[in-house]
Each structure stands twice: as structure tokens, then as C-alpha cells.
Design a protein around this ligand. Structure first.
Ligand code: NAD
Length: 507
């Protein structure tokens, strides 16, 4: 493996990124291994509780200054960060690919998402619009405005180790908040790299120490953020199990949470579909990032009259998949994140067999030269039934379930009959079918697409899902409102004191 960034030889410490001084951390470290080749990439110090408290205090102090900086000026600083990510796109994208195991193209795509959200946030910084309303009282002006919230805690998952942070942080910063990021313990190095990349921008602009902070560690560090009343908003991305724990802890102190959790996404393939469009979208959706996207296509609901045709086309397409190192662009599919994920895949495969599921494309582990990490598995397709417990669950691996439907109502009912509600799609050239799928009687997901697969969202649209996916929305549209507090204001510029609802109160 060639050196991609100047990778540290000593354990690296978290802290804030404006100064080079990192907090004194505990001697405990996280060892970051690449699932690509099983090599130890780096050791990263784990933040102690004392480190965490110091980081929160520094962030709180920084907020007092940062919230006073005009929003367009904050946007200008975010614009400069976007420039830095453009400069380091290849290096960071390569590190994402190496530490997380997604293909280099997807690693670069993830950095592109950071650049895109920076651009979006720059524009947003001049559009933090309030509303004005007509007061029922004479000579009164009524309006609402948005103020910064405070310290935002960002808990992120391993599978989008950097993009999800940026969706939150860039918007939070233009909104005048300060951020404490707790990245996945499986991908700490990419997080440290991001902090380094923006460090110069923060220093050059005299941004107060504490606007961008990092704490490292596992569940404990996430729990500190969730329970801490000093954290105004906890934005957490990860499993539904984690989201339920965070939601409970934050609700217990009546704080705010923004939850982006697991998906169980389906594509409906109608008899009116253009299969030349559908097949590549299904295959990318099911095997891209080795099935480790929250928007991965997990269920395919196919109209019975074209079921065999779709099945055969998918078999042919899967036969062409090349599996190998994510850094080698000739491969389509890389490894799972770690051997624990491989066990999860095997357990799911066994359960499918026990339930009587038939594999159309056989599963299996891959070993031998080039696969020494033990994290490579074969993408597979199983004929299954929607109500099976294993189909109802999100298994974070490239397993695609093939389901059959008769009527569109039946297909939509199957699509919705899972606990999760993130992404969904229909392939059809029939306008009535497409519109029905998007209507109130259609998909119950946060994302519903026509003639596009379930994965590959653009930052311009609000991203998130319903039900056990958590209900949060990040990125585009009006997602910025989650990072601000709303204030309703009424000003009396008259000479009398009329009360609302015509109430009289004589003294
Ligand atoms: P995970 O839940 O194991 O961990 C996610 C993060 O939460 C990590 O930083 C972890 O340390 C932290 N954490 C774990 N338990 C916690 C607790 N009790 N309190 C506070 N923090 C805690 O998830 P993962 O394996 O890293 O990621 C995969 C999952 O993330 C999948 O379910 C996937 O669908 C989901 N995901 C969702 C989205 C989305 O936008 N909806 C995006 C990416 C990933």
C-alpha cells in the first residue's frame, strides 16, 4: 500500500482542529485496520471523559463568538473548506476507500458530497429566512426569525465515514452552531483527516478554538453526547438499535435529536418497466458499497409476469461482478467492514436457508490471495417472502431478496410492510403506476423514486426516512431548520395596548 496521506506513525489524538494542541487523552487506543488488506493503518487515542468535558467547555465558549459572526461570513469560511476538500479529494477519497473498504470511485464520491454540501451551505448562509405574518392587532408587526442553537453533537456511522459529518457540520456552521463530532470507532482516521484538512481554514480566519471538535471512542462517547444537557442537538446516524438508545437518552432531558437510522429498501419492478434501465440500477443498489449503504436495495418486488425474465437477467449480471480490492478500479465490489459483519452475513444466509429460501445467486466467503483480510463475501440473491423475520431486518451485507407481486396495490403493501422507511423506488413507464406510487396511497418512505434505484441521493434534497429510520432530515431543502431555534416576535409600534383575541383588561 502506497502512502496516501502522511499516515501517522504514533497514536494520534482527538481534540479541536483550530490549534495544533490536542487534548491529553487516555492511553487507550482504537486500532484501525483496513478491510481491504487487513493491515493496521493507525492507532488513534480514545477520548477520556475528562477530554470530552474539556472539549464541550471549549465548544461552548466558541459558540459565544461564532454565533455573532454574520451568517454570510460563516458561509465564506465554509466555502474555503470546500476548496480544501477539492484540493485533497484524491487523498481523502483514497483514505476513505482504504479505511472503510468502499470502492475508490465511491470514496471519491463521498468527498464530492462534502464539496457539494459546502457549496449548498454557502448559498444557504444567505437564505436563513424567517417569515412575517399579519398581526390581528393594529400597529403591530409579527414575524419569526431563526437563531443559532448551540453545540451540535454529531454521531456518525462507519459506512459514510465523512460525508454524513459534513451534511451536518456545514449546515450547522452556517447556522452559527459549533460541532462536536464522534465518528465511528471503525473509521477514526478519516475523521482526523477531515479535521486536519479544515484546520488551516479555521486558523487563517481566526475562527475560535472549539467551533470544530472531535471526540473518539465507541458507544460510551456517543452516550456522553446523548445524555449531556449542554448538547443542544444530537444528530445520530447508525443502526436503529443505536437510534432508539440515543432517542431515549436525549428525550429524557428534553433535548433535540435528529436520527438517520437503518433502511430496508425495496424496488418495485412493474411489467411496464424498461428493464435495460432497471437491471443496472438494481445491481448497483444491491452490491454497491458491498451492500453497506443505508439506501442499499435489499428487496426486489417483481410483477409475476416478468419475474423469471428479471431473475435470469440478474443472474447474468451478477455473474459479471468482479470482487476485490476497493482501491483497484477494475473491481465492482469490495469487502465488508470487518469480520463481525461477515458473521452477520453468514447468520443471515443460514436463516434464509432454514426458512426455505432458495438462492438464485449463491452466497459464500472469499479467501486466498488478495482476500487476506477475511472480509470479502459474494453478493447473493435469495427467493424469499416479505414477512420472514430475516427479510424484515436490515442485514448490512449484499443480500438481495426476490419477492413476487400480482397487483400494484399488493406490491406497494409489501414495500411498506417493514419496520423501516428510508428509500424506495418503482420502475415503470406507466404514468398512473408511477403517480400512484408517489401518492399518499403509495410508498411510506422518506425517499421515493421513479426509474432510479434506491441509493445515490443528491445533497439538494432533504435526506432521511420514516418509521424506524428515525424521521430526521439532513442535507438539502429546509433541513437547516433542525440546526436553529425559531423565535416568534411581535412588536407594538402604536400608542395603545390591545390584547390578542380582543380580551379587555381595564385597570
Ligand atoms: P452503529 O449503530 O453500530 O454505530 C453508529 C454510531 O453510533 C457509532 O459512532 C457508534 O459508536 C455510535 N453508538 C453506538 N451505540 C450507541 C449508543 N448506545 N449511544 C450513542 N452512540 C452509540 O452503526 P454502524 O454499524 O456504524 O452503521 C451502520 C448502520 O447505520 C446501518 O443500520 C445503516 O443503515 C445506518 N446508516 C443510516 C444512514 C441514514 O442516513 N439513514 C446513513 C448511514 C448509515
Amino acid at each position: 500500500m502506497q502512502s496516501i496521506l502522511p499516515l501517522p506513525t504514533q497514536p494520534v489524538k482527538p481534540g479541536t482542529s483550530t490549534g495544533q494542541q490536542f487534548w491529553q487523552s487516555s492511553e487507550k487506543t482504537i486500532d484501525s485496520y483496513s478491510p481491504a488488506d487487513g493491515q493496521l493503518i493507525a492507532r488513534v487515542h480514545v477520548s477520556s471523559r475528562a477530554d470530552y468535558d474539556r472539549v464541550v467547555e471549549t465548544a461552548q465558549a466558541a459558540f459565544q463568538q461564532w454565533r455573532q459572526v454574520p451568517a454570510p461570513r460563516r458561509g465564506e469560511i465554509v466555502r474555503q473548506m470546500g476548496e480544501q476538500f477539492r484540493r485533497y479529494k484524491r487523498e481523502l477519497g483514497t483514505l476513505v476507500s482504504y479505511e472503510m473498504g468502499k470502492s475508490l470511485q465511491e470514496g471519491l464520491g463521498e468527498v464530492q458530497e462534502i464539496i457539494d454540501i459546502c457549496d449548498f451551505a454557502v448559498g444557504q448562509s444567505r437564505q436563513l429566512y424567517g417569515l412575517s405574518m399579519h398581526s390581528e392587532r393594529p400597529a403591530h408587526r409579527m414575524f419569526e426569525q431563526w437563531h443559532s442553537l448551540g453545540v451540535v453533537g454529531i454521531i456518525s456511522a462507519f459506512n459514510f465515514p465523512v460525508a454524513v459529518w459534513s451534511w451536518n457540520a456545514m449546515l450547522a456552521w452556517v447556522c452559527g452552531d459549533v460541532c462536536i463530532w464522534k465518528p465511528s470507532e471503525k473509521t477514526p482516521l478519516t475523521a482526523l483527516a477531515c479535521q486536519q484538512i479544515i484546520g488551516d481554514v479555521l486558523r487563517n480566519n481566526d475562527v475560535p478554538e472549539g467551533v470544530s471538535c472531535l471526540v473518539t471512542g465507541g458507544r460510551d462517547a456517543g452516550e456522553w453526547l446523548a445524555r449531556d444537557p449542554r448538547i443542544a442537538l444530537v444528530s445520530a446516524t447508525g443502526s436503529t438499535r443505536m437510534g432508539k438508545a440515543v432517542a431515549e437518552a436525549v428525550a429524557g432531558r428534553l433535548g433535540r435529536s435528529l436520527l438517520e437510522l437503518g433502511g430496508n429498501n425495496a424496488i418495485i419492478v412493474s411489467e411496464h418497466a424498461d428493464l435495460d434501465l432497471a437491471i443496472p440500477a438494481i445491481v448497483f443498489g444491491a452490491v454497491g458499497t458491498a451492500g453497506q449503504r443505508c439506501t442499499t436495495t435489499r428487496r426486489l418486488i417483481v410483477q409475476e409476469s416478468i419475474y423469471d425474465d428479471v431473475k435470469n437477467r440478474l443472474k447474468n449480471a451478477y455473474a459479471q461482478l468482479r470482487i476485490g480490492s476497493p482501491l483497484d478500479e477494475s473491481f465492482h465490489v469490495g469487502p465488508l467492514i470487518d469480520q463481525q459483519a461477515v458473521k452477520g452475513y453468514q447468520t443471515a444466509v443460514n436463516e434464509i436457508r432454514e426458512l426455505g429460501g432458495r438462492f438464485v445467486v449463491e452466497p459464500g466467503l472469499i479467501d486466498g490471495s488478495g482476500f487476506e483480510s477475511g472480509c470479502y463475501v459474494k453478493p447473493c440473491i435469495a427467493e424469499a417472502e416479505n414477512q420472514w423475520p430475516i427479510v424484515q431486518k436490515e442485514t448490512f451485507a449484499p443480500i438481495l431478496y426476490l419477492l413476487k407481486y400480482t397487483s400494484l396495490d399488493d406490491a406497494i403493501a409489501q414495500q411498506n410492510a417493514v419496520p423501516q422507511g428510508l428509500s424506495s423506488a418503482i420502475f415503470t413507464l406507466n404514468m398512473r403506476e408511477a403517480e400512484r406510487f408517489l401518492s399518499i396511497a403509495g410508498s411510506d418512505c422518506g425517499i421515493a423514486n421513479v426509474n432510479i434505484g434506491t441509493s445515490g441521493a443528491e445533497i439538494g434534497g432533504a435526506f432521511g426516512g420514516e418509521k424506524e429510520t428515525g424521521g430526521g432530515r439532513e442535507s438539502g431543502s429546509d433541513a437547516w431548520k433542525a440546526y436553529m431555534r425559531r423565535q416568534t416576535n411581535t412588536v407594538n409600534y402604536g400608542t395603545t395596548m390591545p390584547l390578542a383575541q380582543g380580551i379587555t383588561f381595564e385597570l
